[in-house]
Ligand binder design. Structure first.
Ligand SMILES: Cc1cc2nc3c(=O)[nH]c(=O)nc-3n(C[C@H](O)[C@H](O)[C@H](O)COP(=O)(O)OP(=O)(O)OC[C@H]3O[C@@H](n4cnc5c(N)ncnc54)[C@H](O)[C@@H]3O)c2cc1C
Length: 196
């Protein structure tokens, strides 16, 4: 839930493919889910007038095998659709743009951009993309899927708790996710000429 000043933006995760059946069941059961989680919302549910006020954001997690064609380079979600897990998709899109600038500014200025240059951008960004998507897929399979099915994450709440403790209490281990989320597998630096 996000406080937008004069309204609350509320989001709920639902299993893929279940939107149509939820809409067919009507707004009341949908609203009940929210009031069960946050009872103080009960007196303002009338603010939601119809399903037109409820948007479905479809989550996809995939990537192109080739990010370029003559005259075209795809970066960000156009090359690799990211899931919301870890809130990291925007980082990757920005990092792709920074890498593309570094690889292409010289050839673009000289008017000599070739296949090798755009291929270089994909080759550079592939490890971070593949690793991030693998981690997101793991989280979907071991955490989000089970939770949506009403089961404990990792099949065992104690195991999930132990993993979280290890990551947060170990002086070295807790730096790894922070570094990875901030910079990705390979840190991208802008072209030298763009730095003042
Ligand atoms: C439900 C959901 C929640 C998410 N939450 C987070 C989060 O909290 N944090 C995070 O980092 N990532 C999150 N992500 C992932 C993140 O949204 C994407 O990875 C990121 O937005 C990709 O950025 P992008 O610029 O490549 O693409 P986009 O953000 O999709 O931008 C593409 C833009 O191009 C425009 N466009 C499309 N077609 C045309 C056209 N023909 N002409 C002109 N313009 C066009 C679109 O309108 C859009 O503005 C979430 C994803 C989903 C599905």
């Amino acid at each position: 839930m996000i406080d937008r000043g004069d309204y609350w933006q509320c989001a709920a995760l639902i299993p893929k493919g279940t939107d149509a059946e939820r809409r067919a069941a009507g707004l009341a059961p949908f609203m009940d889910n929210f009031t069960a989680a946050a009872p103080w919302l009960a007196d303002r549910m009338s603010a939601l007038r119809s399903w037109d006020d409820v948007k479905l954001l479809d989550v996809r997690l995939d990537r192109l095998s080739r990010w370029h064609r003559p005259g075209l380079l795809c970066i960000g979600d156009a090359a690799h659709a990211m899931s919301p897990v870890f809130g990291i998709g925007i980082n990757l899109a920005v990092e792709d743009a920074v890498a593309a600038a570094r690889y292409l500014v010289g050839p673009l200025s000289a008017g000599t951009v070739g296949l090798g240059d755009v291929r270089g951008v994909q080759r550079r960004r592939w490890p971070t993309t593949a690793l991030t998507q693998a981690l997101q897929r793991f989280a979907h399979r071991r955490v989000i899927g089970p939770v949506l099915a009403g089961d404990p994450p990792f099949g065992n709440p104690r195991r999930a708790q132990r993993a979280a403790e290890l990551l947060t209490t170990s002086r070295w281990l807790n730096r790894v996710p922070a570094y990875f989320l901030a910079y990705g597998a390979l840190r991208e630096r802008p072209p030298a000429a763009s730095l003042r």
